[in-house]
Design a protein around this ligand. Structure first.
Ligand code: FES
Length: 121
């Protein structure tokens, strides 16, 4: 085997090895970003307000504004995932909200602030 052929073969192996290392680092980077994102989502508190017609008509329309104001006043807007959903299927006990899977029923303007203080502060 001549010297040039050996150098050429070694160069190809080195390029292959560097490509594999680069791809492995890209893979690790993507995995790290994914798990960090998942951890942030998991750590976030979740507030879900029922926006079904019954709860909406009986007070949750105003609760949306109260909750938004509370989150802004306490700098929680980026830390709490606040969203609305359709009927929770428990209209007789509405208006309802859920905070991290815990349901609160018969809420009103006074009780919502107490609930938010207890759950989020
Ligand atoms: S509308 Fe809220 S539980 Fe049905």
């Amino acid at each position: 085997m001549n010297k040039n052929k050996v150098i050429f073969c070694c160069s190809i192996h080195i390029v292959k090895l560097l490509t594999q290392i680069l791809l492995f680092h890209l893979f690790l980077d993507l995995c790290t970003q994914y798990y960090l994102k998942m951890a942030l989502v998991t750590l976030q508190k979740e507030v879900i307000i029922c926006l079904g017609s019954s709860c909406f008509a009986r007070g949750n329309k105003q609760m949306v504004q109260l909750i938004k104001k509370f989150l802004e006043e306490h700098n929680l807007s980026g830390k709490v995932n606040f969203k609305g959903k359709h009927c929770f299927g428990n209209c007789e006990n509405g208006p309802s909200i859920m905070i991290d899977q815990k349901r609160y029923e018969h809420i009103n303007a006074e009780s919502i602030l107490e609930i938010l203080e207890n759950e989020l502060l």
